[in-house]
Design a protein around this ligand. Structure first.
Ligand code: GLU
Length: 501
């Protein structure tokens, strides 16, 4: 554990945006912030950044709370628990941002820009044609007071932009990387407030980090390129900077940024698939690289299996996780490793605890109660229950070609249609009516009959040609696991097709 001392108690935060399912990356960054605060007797704040109304998903906020709690993380301040620096939901702070924009307009570090969306689009097109980087050309940086008044009298909507100096550069310190410098000619005059009066991420994030007394901004490295804008904003307000720590991004095995195309990224998937939260936290803690591996000596003296050095509890992480050890090479979100770890945790459970886990997850009353009515009229003895419902409890149901291929369809068109089904379900709300309508609309647009459409999906979901009612089953099985099953089917078929070549 680091021995550094700080003048004021540390305060850190995560600031997820409620735009969909809670992401494993949020739990990863959440864990690091939690460890940092807990190790230093500081506070950990959860702030909801919901100012982008176009991407807002109403159910997402509660899912974020639930998923982080499931993982075992707790926070000291947040929209659900309150705290002295609230509100902790940005949509409830718009007045604060408006007041702060006025400060910047008054001191000349920001300006109004009145271009219409069409004018900006034209600017972008010209820049793309001229092969210059698309960005605001600064045309309204120096409007006279009269011009501004005239535009406002016309009722023209405007955005407020940051006046980035035209020359020089901004340097800030990243605690993991040292000094990072951005030339101002590479920094756009960022929009701070949109014409609807909502702030952008940059303004709201800086104002809140300051007002919430955040001392350390610990976030993913994808935000490094935003940081010069943030530093300019801190300077424009005359505020002191927090420390910045940009954590290496989680990667797929091929080193690309972690994405749902290659790995399930929703925490809900892991919860519903029966991963143990302790295993998940342990796995995320490993990814930070902050835990010391056992020395050769320890391995010999304690007769450790080398992999045992990878297993540690949250309490051990609080004790031993060292931020100075974090390595910058992108940690791989290795599902094989996560599964192995989860297996280790399962084996450590007493038989009673193992049974309790089963009953809390994959054999919970709620799950069984949702499944039972789907088969009650379709079986003759209770002993047949498993025959029709096995797919609800299995992980691997890959169907053979003879099962999934509709009679009048080629293999290629079937796989292409399955990919469309996946995209359609990804975009659909998860209830009977939405799923039914979405699938039917897809079938109609691609001229697939309802029968072919449902048969293919049934095969992918259940591995079989018969099942309880399909859409009802999808609803009960859950979105996260359904999408994963479909992705794995497509993945397996891709592999099979490659092998045949
Ligand atoms: N709202 C941003 C996100 O969704 C927060 C980034 C930050 O921590 O500054 O990740």
């Amino acid at each position: 554990m680091s021995t550094e001392t700080t003048a004021s108690p540390v305060r850190v935060r995560i600031a997820p945006s409620p735009t969909g399912d809670p992401h494993v990356g949020t739990a990863y960054i959440g864990l690091l912030n939690f460890l940092y605060a807990t190790q230093r007797g500081g506070q950990f704040v959860l702030r909801i950044e919901d100012t982008d109304r176009t991407r807002f998903v109403p159910t997402s906020e509660q899912m974020i709370f639930d998923a982080l709690k499931w993982a075992g993380l707790t926070w000291d301040e947040g929209p659900d628990v309150g705290g002295p620096y609230g509100p902790y939901r940005q949509s409830e702070r718009t007045e604060i941002y408006r007041e702060h924009v006025e400060i910047l307009l008054a001191n000349g570090t920001a300006y109004r820009s009145f271009e219409t969306a069409e004018e900006l689009e034209e600017m972008r097109k010209q820049q793309i044609a001229a092969k210059t980087p698309p960005r605001y050309n600064g045309a309204h940086r120096h409007l006279t007071q009269d011009q501004i008044v005239a535009y406002r009298l016309q009722g023209r909507p405007y955005t407020v932009r940051l006046k980035v100096p035209t020359e020089g550069s901004t340097t800030f310190r990243d605690e993991l990387r040292g000094d990072i410098t951005f030339d101002h000619n590479n920094v756009d005059d960022q929009v701070l407030m949109k014409s609807d009066g909502f702030p952008t991420y940059h303004l709201a994030n800086v104002v809140d980090d300051h007002l919430m007394r955040i001392t350390d901004v610990i976030r993913a490295e994808e935000w490094i390129s935003s940081t010069p804008k943030h530093v300019l904003l801190y300077n424009a307000f005359g505020w002191s900077l927090p420390r910045f720590w940009h954590m290496p991004l989680l990667r797929n095995a091929d080193k690309s940024k972690i994405s749902k195309r290659k790995n399930p990224v929703s925490l809900i998937f892991y919860r519903e698939s029966g991963y143990l939260p302790e295993a998940m936290l342990n796995f995320l803690g490993l990814l930070g690289g902050g835990m010391a591996q056992p020395t050769e000596e320890e391995i010999v003296s304690k007769q450790l299996n080398t992999k045992e050095g990878d297993i540690f509890s949250l309490a051990e992480m609080i004790e031993k996780f060292d931020f100075n050890r974090i390595s910058l090479g992108g940690p791989v979100f290795d599902l094989v490793k996560l599964k192995w770890l989860n297996g280790e945790y399962l084996r450590k459970l007493s038989p009673e605890a193992f049974f309790t886990q089963l009953r809390a997850t994959i054999f919970s009353d709620a799950y069984l109660q949702a499944i039972a009515p789907l088969v009650q009229t379709r079986i003759e003895t209770l002993g047949q229950f498993g025959d029709m419902t096995g797919f609800f409890f299995s992980d691997n149901v890959l169907p053979a070609e003879s099962i999934f291929l509709p009679k009048k369809r080629t293999y290629e068109e079937t796989i292409a249609f399955a990919a469309e089904q996946l995209a359609t379900l990804e975009a659909s709300a998860w209830d009977l009516e939405s799923i039914t309508n979405a699938l039917k609309a897809l079938g109609e647009s691609k001229e697939w009959s309802v029968k072919e459409n449902f048969m293919l999906l049934r095969a992918i979901l259940t591995g079989s040609t018969t099942s309880p009612p399909l859409v009802e089953s999808l609803v009960v099985f859950g979105k996260a696991r359904t999408l994963d099953r479909m992705r794995r089917f497509l993945e397996a078929e891709k592999k099979r097709a490659n092998q045949r070549k």
